[in-house]
Write a protein that binds this ligand. Structure first.
Ligand code: GLV
Length: 328
């Protein structure tokens, strides 16, 4: 019997490529060429699966043009690149890569929070540019982390892991806002108290965003929300571009209406709003929240497991729309 065929949309670990070749006819992209929507369709046509990175849009147009497609396996926990409603209607399975990245991404969220609060990249740029002539008592004075109030918006697995770090590692008081309240045991594990979004924005010293991107979460933080925050507060976005109104944030940073921000994700990335590039009180990183080699390998292997399990074996491990499986 011939093997099912798949497209790997971007470069992957060679060992994962080798593994996938044992099960599938593989069209790889180890050259890591950017695939336009038209090129994506051309390469995907006639194939049963796609190994996607979270950047390739699998929308109604792609799905209509590729009727043989049966699974999109995202090598990411977020899946706002997948049109799940249309996929479900067409019987196409989506899978993501949860759990394996939780602690790594929470570490990164905390790193960004600390770099922002303690002005680490801003002061490093100062040093590297040769401007450091002498020490001064208030030089790059930042804001404290220990003992302050951490506000987490989006209390899924990564949000809870950040909350645990804050409560247990830094003695922070943790408040959170989420679509639904956690149960008592989960709240106790993070020592976290549920509050409204407005109360969180008014009282938190550090606000961390970990919500999935949906039309409802678009611009969760805009000018009105930034206006509620303390002038000494920091904001960290490790969720998705579009959760924050980047233009409004740049204005708030420039006018020092909040103390600083740490951003790993951007509206329209890899393009970054030009105003963010010119304000000093923001730490900017290129969407690397889950980027350690062991975690990225685990994410890639989980996407591969999902493809292998669904197209050739016992079923996928982490389906997003399992109703597609029930229909089989
Ligand atoms: C990264 O952004 C992910 O969703 O895994």
């Amino acid at each position: 019997m011939s093997k099912p065929s798949i497209l790997i949309a971007r470069a992957v670990f060679p060992e994962v490529l080798q593994r996938l070749r044992q099960y599938f006819e593989v069209d790889d992209n180890q050259a890591d060429e950017a695939l336009s929507p038209a090129a994506l369709i051309a390469r995907l046509r006639g194939k049963q699966g796609v190994f996607s990175t979270g950047m390739e849009r699998i929308d109604a147009e792609v799905l209509a043009a590729c009727p043989e497609l049966r699974i999109c396996a995202n090598q990411a926990v977020g899946y706002n690149n997948l049109d799940i409603a249309t996929m479900t209607a067409r019987g196409v399975l989506g899978t993501n890569a949860p759990d394996v990245l939780t602690e790594t991404t929470a570490d990164f969220g905390f790193a960004l929070l600390m770099a922002t609060a303690r002005r680490i990249t801003e002061s490093e740029h100062y040093l590297r540019s040769g401007r450091w002539q002498r020490w001064r008592y208030d030089m790059f004075a930042g804001v404290d982390i220990h003992g302050t109030t951490l506000g987490v918006i989006g209390m899924g697995r990564i949000g809870q892991a950040i909350a645990r770090r804050g409560a247990h590692g830094f003695g922070m008081k943790v408040i959170y806002h989420n679509r639904s309240r956690l149960d008592g045991a989960a709240e106790a594990a993070c020592q976290a108290r549920y509050v409204s979004k407005d109360e969180l924005l008014r009282t938190a010293d550090h606000v961390v965003l970990v919500v999935p991107y949906t039309p409802q979460s678009h611009h969760t933080i805009g000018a009105a929300e930034l206006a509620l925050m303390k002038p000494t507060a920091t904001l960290v976005n490790i969720a998705r571009g579009g959760i924050v109104d980047d233009a409004a944030l740049a204005a708030a940073l420039r006018e020092r209406r909040i103390a600083g921000a740490g951003l790993d994700v951007f509206e329209g990335e890899p393009t970054v709003h030009p105003d963010l590039l010119t304000v000093p009180n923001v730490v900017l990183t290129p969407h690397i929240g889950s980027a350690t080699l062991p975690t990225r390998l685990a994410m890639a292997n989980l996407a591969a497991d999902n493809l292998i399990g669904f197209l050739t074996g016992d079923g996928p491990l982490t389906p997003i729309n399992p109703e597609v499986l029930d229909r089989k």
